[in-house]
Design a protein around this ligand. Structure first.
Ligand code: A3P
Length: 283
């Protein structure tokens, strides 16, 4: 792995991913595929587990059939790990696929097939905080040398998958046109049952309350942290070095307070207002 970013179509992206850009763009979605898209560290894995549990009516055993990144493949990493493109091409429908690409760079076949999209957004301060810790262990992104420097890079969009602001705005502004269910990390934390029900309905599943309640429990941070099929413990170490810190970190709202100084918070707020000007999205 290269621990290096490059710029692709105006977006910062790991060199190791960028070199397969054409293959990623030509990914062939099919009718009935569902795309889970997020900016990194916004609760992707949490939503992956929720979706898989919904699709299998809350059956814990079935949802332990394979690791979460195998059950729901990541389309930008198909050339770097298993399942690869060949396996994904023969997965039975309906496939659930994960991506971190911004709305304008999602492979066009998803739109051609009118695929449903579930988008999860998380407040930017916690996203930046989580990303800072994650980039220390992710082997294809530059090591964040200091928090101060990392926060500057985050605000400039000089981190993997580019600008958080453009990402959340892009999907927000196109959500009606493109059949996007837009969900917030903080809402799943606060009202998990309601949010899970929303996702289930969007996926055409009408689940009884007791199944929804079971999914709430099975997808809780504590439960997922102890579930080897959900906690990334088997993820390839050449991509994610978990010898110092694990993937399942804290799963909290408000952890940014452990890193932001008062001055950084003020600067961040100013920049946030500038970048999100005219957008009806609020966090
Ligand atoms: P923290 O680093 O703040 O703990 P992603 O899957 O998009 O990479 O997001 C990872 C973040 O989601 C991490 O945040 C992780 O701990 C958190 N997370 C994963 N599963 C979760 C769960 N079941 N409940 C709450 N947070 C969860």
């Amino acid at each position: 792995m290269q621990r290096k970013l490059t710029v692709v179509e105006g977006m910062a992206l790991a060199e190791d991913i960028a070199r397969e850009w054409e293959q990623i763009q030509s990914f062939q979605a099919r009718d009935g595929d569902v795309l889970l898209d997020t900016y990194p560290k916004s609760g992707t894995t949490w939503m992956q587990e929720i979706i898989d549990l919904i699709m299998h009516n809350g059956d814990e055993q079935i949802c332990r059939r394979a690791a979460i990144y195998e059950r729901i493949p990541f389309i930008e990493l198909l050339h770097l790990m298993k399942p690869g493109l060949d396996e994904v091409n023969v997965m039975p429908s309906p496939r659930i696929l994960k991506s971190h690409l911004p709305v304008n760079l999602v492979p066009p076949s998803f739109w051609k097939h009118n695929c449903k999209v579930i988008y999860v957004a998380r407040n930017p301060r916690d996203t930046a905080t989580s990303y800072y810790h994650f980039d220390k262990i992710l082997q294809f992104h530059p090591h964040p040398n200091s928090w101060e420097n990392y926060l500057e890079r985050f605000m400039k969009g000089d981190v993997g998958w580019g600008s958080w602001y453009d990402h959340v705005r892009g999907f927000w502004e196109q959500k009606e046109k493109l059949n996007v269910l837009y969900i917030f990390f903080e809402d799943i934390k606060k009202t998990p049952l309601q949010q899970i029900q929303k996702v289930a309905r969007f996926l055409g599943k009408d689940l009884p309350d007791e199944t929804l309640a079971r999914i709430v429990q099975l997808s809780s941070f504590e439960h997922m942290k102890d579930n080897p099929m959900a906690n990334y413990s088997g993820f390839p170490e050449e991509i994610l070095d978990q010898s110092q810190a694990g993937f399942m970190r804290k799963g909290k709202v408000g952890d940014w307070k452990t890193l932001f100084t008062v001055q950084q918070n003020e600067l961040f707020e100013e920049e946030y207002r500038r970048k999100m000007d005219g957008c009806s999205l609020t966090f």
